[in-house]
Design a binder for this molecule. Sequence first.
Ligand code: GDP
Length: 444
Amino acid sequence: EMFGQLTSGLESAWTKLKGEEVLTKENIVEPMRDIRRALLEADVSLPVVRRFVQAVSDQAVGTGLIRGVKPDEQLVKIVHDELVKLMGGEVSELVFSKSGPTVILLAGLQGVGKTTVCAKLANYLKKQGKSSMLIAGDVYRPAAIDQLVILGEQVGVPVYTAGTEVKPSDIARQGLEEAKKKKIDVVIMDTAGRLQIDKAMMDELKEVKKVLKPTEVLLVVDAMTGQEAAALVTTFNVEIGITGAILTKLDGDSRGGAALSVKEVSGKPIKLVGRGERMEDLEPFYPDRMAGRILGMGDVLTFVEKAQEVMRQEDAEDLQKKIMSAKFDFNDFLKQTRAVARMGSMTRVIGMIPGMGKVTPAQVREAEKSLKIMEAMIEAMTPEEREKPELLAESPERRKRIAQASGKTEQQVSQLVAQLFQMRVRMKNLMGVMEGGSMPTLSN
Ligand code: GDP
């Protein structure tokens, strides 16, 4: 289980809020301590942890509870959103050159998986219909060149080699020339890795970079090294200027520190992640999916998001006022039924709403079907009729016209009108659902 320890560490934070009614400064102290500990144990750097915990606390006590959402669920959502932000928010796509070949320069310390990444990346681009060529630039280890040739063969891409006697910057120049001749889409240059950062390595990289004018300069870092990976990305960025990082060995028992720290510490995004030794094991880094995986609570997250959406759809208090003053009209009816339909369409989530455990998927489908019928009839009404349901109650002609326009029977229209008046009562039940009542039955 990836980041298993972090996941269970965070879990203890939610557990402490079980049974609470609200989020307060006092009752989040313990959970926040758990979150802090979990992140530190995951090897996230201290300043990052501090900022994170502060941001989460501020939101936890600063925002009201979403109706129908429990404090522990809301905290899960806040932590999720902050984790996404921490990891850079959006996925950071590879950039491709508009003219000539795209050049990707790969750097990294020895053993991080750089050579493997070269071939994985070529394989990944091939699946996107892009041709690529690898350039073997690790002139200090003949074995590294051999390995690249073997991997290149394995994924079916050419590898440019010039032995170990040629300077890396010259190899780069020749390789790029060759790729242009062959009209290759993407050139991927492997460079020498050292056991640790040294000046010779940086100088060589700078020189290669000058020759290649790469579209992307990506530092390959090992997830197992935690916050050290983030520090490396910073150093390489300051020294040679990079565009992002590739995080390898996420499949191992890494603790999460690297994934969570790289962007925040270095300002550079993780663009791709390696999740295994096979050539297929390379994928874009999606901060939201990663956060979801870390929390391991996809269901709760979906539920809170949907609840937020429903509440945005209609300001509940405004609606309640309308119901109380009997001004609830067909416009409100439509808005609300649509919101309910959206809630209802997530059968899996329905069971998680307090008090709605007994609603079966069949009932939900039935409710959705009747909502569709109602929508069609309401859409056939004039604006005036929507605002004044009384007009329809008084006029069989109007009801007949709506029946014809919507393809329903006059009886169905009459039922709908009657239902609106009942709905003024029913809406009170709906408000109850959001707070733990039972699902209103909608019939046609
Ligand atoms: P380099 O020295 O940076 O070129 O590293 P290599 O590409 O030779 O990889 C070093 C070792 O790490 C090899 O045994 C790879 O199979 C392994 N490796 C590379 N990427 C991953 C990964 O994402 N997951 C796992 N589990 N192993 C990896």
